[in-house]
Design a protein around this ligand. Structure first.
Ligand code: ZN
Length: 252
């Protein structure tokens, strides 16, 4: 999107918050601030106008109160989880969407990691929180495999070139797991090498893209013959295959 710039902020051990801004319009939002200090440092004197939360977990919203007090920023989060979003001002849902100044932002309701989880879709970029990770997906704390399959399908339906900004740097471990299921996937093997090189120099593996995830992320590849053969589930349904992949990752 012309005008909107996205910056990555490393937080805690392996969390990412993001700054999304249009300086000319005086807009500066942070997505999922687990803590205030690294966000303040990244602002370098700019005023924070909005705080966006993909879900209620403390490692995505722990910086809300301090940043709101300091900057008077408006806190935006899932309407369906109002009671669990610290200091929330504006609740959003899929039907209503949201406006960031002049920018129309789509909201996707993507329950399963938490019941109220949402994704923020800007033109060309999606913030997926802990629902879709680079090469992975979130744990099913408050939902079923079927819910997560539906939530991931909503994200996978975005244009292939959409950049994916997720909530954690879990990509190398996710890649190692993915390689156990689909070592014959050339796109995955290539990506694995790229991820190893990035992490060896401490660089982030985000953003990814929807197209790349569809080609390499096992949780979006329940139709893959190689994955199904690896699981011994050649004829199983999509949700069953997803649930087995999730179960194996939980124990990986
Ligand atoms: Zn979470």
């Amino acid at each position: 999107m012309p005008g909107l710039k996205i910056e990555i902020i490393a937080c805690l051990k392996d969390n990412y918050a993001y700054l999304v801004g249009d300086p000319a319009a005086g807009l500066c939002a942070v997505v999922d601030p687990s803590e205030a200090a690294p966000v303040e440092a990244a602002l370098e004197g700019r005023r924070l106008t909005h705080i966006l939360n993909t879900h209620h977990h403390w490692d995505h919203s722990g910086g809300n109160r301090e940043l709101k007090e300091k900057f008077g920023a408006e806190v935006v989060g899932p309407e369906k989880d109002r009671s669990r979003i610290p200091a929330i001002d504006v609740g959003v849902d899929e039907a209503g969407g949201w406006r960031f100044g002049e920018y129309a932002v789509r909201i996707l309701e993507v329950p399963a990691h938490t019941k109220g989880a949402i994704a923020f879709v800007f033109e060309g970029a999606v913030f997926t929180g802990d629902t879709l990770f680079a090469l992975g997906c979130g744990r099913l704390f408050e939902g079923t495999p079927e819910m997560m399959v539906q939530s991931l399908a909503k994200l996978a339906a975005l244009p292939d070139e959409t950049r994916v900004y997720c909530g954690h740097e879990y990509t190398l471990a996710n890649a190692r797991f993915a390689m156990t299921l689909e070592p014959g996937n050339a796109d995955l093997a290539k990506r694995f090498r790229e991820i190893e090189a990035l992490r060896a120099k401490g660089a982030p593996t985000v953003p990814s893209s929807i197209g790349l995830e569809k080609r390499t992320n096992p949780f979006l590849r329940t139709a893959s013959a190689e994955i199904r053969a690896a699981l011994g589930m050649e004829t199983a349904g999509e949700v069953e295959v997803f649930a087995e992949i999730r179960r194996r990752k939980d124990n990986f």
